[in-house]
Design a protein around this ligand. Structure first.
Ligand code: ADE
Length: 241
């Protein structure tokens, strides 16, 4: 997976994706990251990339030309024949979900366009953006953090990035259920014991208990997800209790 990020703050992206699992995935070239500073494509002698909005109003708008030139630069460098997915991070976009992460993970290249201030001139968005994506119904100061959130969620679906292939499958949102509770040593903490069944070594019973816990947890914390879950009649009863 090759990520290309168009941003005014490349150092933020570089630092954010340099640690832990994503850092290792980059070392192994399972994912690559290229950042392009939009300011490098300013045609202004003060390297300005924004201006006042036509029609008035608060804040500044990022100009079309530097963004378009930065995009063309990336496209040329990649020399990809396939049409590129260009994701613009915006609270006006489609809300990012695990399902969308799975869709993007199938691509070989993804371009992220990070805006700042009051947004980007609509004329360049119309010409280059294929996907408008929001990470949730709140407003952030720029697209950098949302792009990193997306790259994190997508990268862990790339084969080899996680050590164990199963964990990407059994976790929260698989089958629209939240993950079951987890425990590790010691067996007793502040007087509370680990559930007996987990010490039994009986994998059939353990799987059954975990599935049930997933259903209960989802019913308590995210009942909205249950609509999309595949529950047996017994599980539906458990969810209602
Ligand atoms: N830019 C500002 N807020 C955002 C959000 N919630 N999602 C994606 N991009 C954004």
């Amino acid at each position: 997976m090759n990520y290309h990020v168009l941003t005014l703050f490349p150092e933020m992206i570089e630092q954010g994706l340099n640690t832990s699992i994503l850092g290792r995935a980059r070392e192994k070239n399972l994912i690559t990251l290229q950042t392009t500073n939009i300011r490098d494509f300013s045609t202004n002698k003060h390297l300005k990339v924004d201006d006042y909005p036509y029609g008035g109003g608060a804040g500044m708008v990022m100009q079309a030309e530097p963004v378009y030139k930065a995009y063309e630069h990336v496209k040329e460098q990649m020399g990809s024949e396939k049409p590129l997915r260009v994701i613009y991070l915006t609270p006006q976009g489609k809300v990012f979900t695990q399902e969308l992460a799975e869709e993007f993970a199938k691509e070989e290249n993804l371009v992220f366009l990070c805006g700042h201030y009051e947004g980007i001139d609509e004329r360049v968005l119309d010409r280059i953006v294929t996907d408008h994506v929001s990470i949730g119904d709140y407003v952030l100061t720029g697209g950098e953090l949302p792009s990193m959130v997306m790259m994190d969620a997508i990268s862990r679906l790339v084969p080899g990035v996680l050590n164990n292939d199963v964990s990407a499958e059994i976790e929260s949102f698989h089958d629209n259920l939240l993950e079951y509770p987890q425990y590790t040593r010691p067996e007793e903490f502040m007087g509370e014991k680990v559930p007996e069944v987990l010490l039994s070594g009986h994998h059939g019973n353990i799987d059954k208990w975990r599935r049930e816990q997933s259903v209960i947890r989802t019913a308590q914390r995210r009942p909205d997800l249950l609509k999309g879950a595949n529950l047996t009649d017994k599980e539906k009863r458990i969810a209602r209790e």
